[in-house]
Design a protein around this ligand. Structure first.
Ligand code: HEC
Ligand code: HEC
Length: 232
C-alpha cells in the first residue's frame, strides 16, 4: 500500500504538470512571431460550447442567398465598403455576432432586424457555410498611412499601452479560432468604423476591444485599417 502511494503521487504530480504545460507551446509559438502584447489572448480564452449537430451547409447557403447576399456578396465577399466580408470568418465569431445583434448587445439597426429573424440553427448553418467560402484579398490604398498602420499592427504603441493587433489577430490577420476574428482583406471603411465604435463605446460587445481601441486617434485608426485591408 505504502509503496503504491509513493509511486502514484509522483505520477499525479507529473500529470498535473503536463496539463499545466499544454498551454506553453501555444504561447511560445505566438511569442516567436508576434510582438509582445499588453493583453494576451489566452487571458479571455473560453471554450465555446460544442455544437449539437452537424451544420446543414445547403440550408445555410439557401438562407444566405435569399437574405444576406444582397449586402454581403454572393460568396460572402461583400463589394460594399460599409458591409463586412464574411467569407472564411471563424463560425463561432459569426454566431456570436448574430446572437448579439439579435439581443442588442451589439447595437446595429440594420443587422438587428436580419439577425432577429434567424433561429440558432439558421445562424449555425449560415456561419459554417460562410466559413467554407474563400475570402478575397483586398488592397491598402495609402502608402504613407500603411507604414504607420503596419507598425501599430505588428508592435502596438508602447508608450500608450496599445497592444499589437498581431498578438490576438495573428501576424497575417487570419485571426485565432475561435474568438479572435479574421481581419485580413477586410474593407478599411468597415474596420475603421468598428474601431471608432469600440473606442467611443458605441460597439460594446467586447471589453478587450474597447480597451485596445481606447487610446487610438482617428489617424491611427485609419492607418491600421488601411494596413489590414492589404494584409494577406
Ligand atoms: C441591408 C444590408 C444587409 C443585409 C441584408 C444583411 N447585412 Fe449583415 N451587416 C450589414 C452591415 C451594414 C453590417 C455592419 C454592422 C455594423 O457596422 O456594426 C453587417 C454586419 C454583419 C455581421 C458582423 C460581421 C463582423 O465581421 O463582425 C454579420 C455576421 C452579418 N452581418 C451577417 C449577416 C447575415 C447572416 C445576413 C442574412 C441573414 C445579413 N448579415 C444581412 C448589412 C447587411
Ligand atoms: C487582447 C486581444 C486583442 C488584441 C490585442 C486586439 N484585438 Fe481586435 N478583437 C479581439 C476580440 C476578442 C475581438 C472579437 C470581439 C467580438 O467578439 O465582438 C476583436 C475584434 C476586432 C475587430 C472587429 C472585427 C469585425 O469583423 O467586426 C476589429 C476591427 C479589431 N478587433 C481590430 C483590432 C486592431 C486594429 C488591433 C490592434 C490595434 C486589435 N484588434 C487588437 C481581441 C483583440
Amino acid at each position: 500500500m505504502k509503496l503504491t502511494a509513493q509511486l502514484i503521487s509522483p505520477l499525479f504530480t507529473s500529470l498535473a504538470l503536463a496539463a499545466a504545460l499544454t498551454t506553453v507551446p501555444f504561447m511560445a509559438a505566438h511569442a516567436a512571431d508576434a510582438p509582445p502584447a499588453a493583453a494576451a489572448p489566452q487571458a479571455a480564452a473560453k471554450a465555446v460550447p460544442s455544437a449539437p449537430a452537424k451544420p446543414d451547409l445547403a440550408k445555410g447557403e439557401a438562407s444566405y442567398t435569399a437574405v444576406c447576399s444582397a449586402c454581403h456578396g454572393a460568396d460572402g465577399n461583400s463589394a460594399i465598403a460599409a458591409n463586412p466580408k464574411l467569407a472564411q470568418q471563424h463560425p463561432e465569431y459569426l454566431i456570436k455576432q448574430l446572437q448579439e445583434f439579435k439581443s442588442g448587445k451589439r447595437n446595429n439597426a440594420i443587422m438587428k432586424g436580419f439577425a432577429s429573424a434567424l433561429s440558432d440553427d439558421d445562424m449555425r448553418n449560415i456561419a459554417y457555410w460562410a466559413t467554407s467560402k474563400k475570402a478575397k484579398a483586398g488592397f491598402a490604398k495609402d502608402k504613407e498611412l500603411v507604414a504607420q498602420g503596419e507598425r501599430i499592427y505588428r508592435g502596438g504603441i508602447a508608450d500608450r499601452q496599445v497592444p499589437a493587433c498581431a498578438a490576438c489577430h495573428s501576424p497575417n490577420g487570419a485571426g485565432l479560432p475561435a474568438q479572435y476574428p479574421r481581419m485580413s482583406g477586410q474593407h478599411a471603411d468597415y474596420t475603421a468604423a468598428q474601431l471608432t465604435g469600440f473606442r467611443d463605446g458605441v460597439r460594446k460587445n467586447s471589453l478587450q476591444m474597447n480597451q485596445v481601441a481606447a487610446k487610438l486617434n482617428d489617424r491611427e485608426i485609419k492607418a491600421v485599417a488601411d494596413y489590414i485591408a492589404g494584409l494577406r
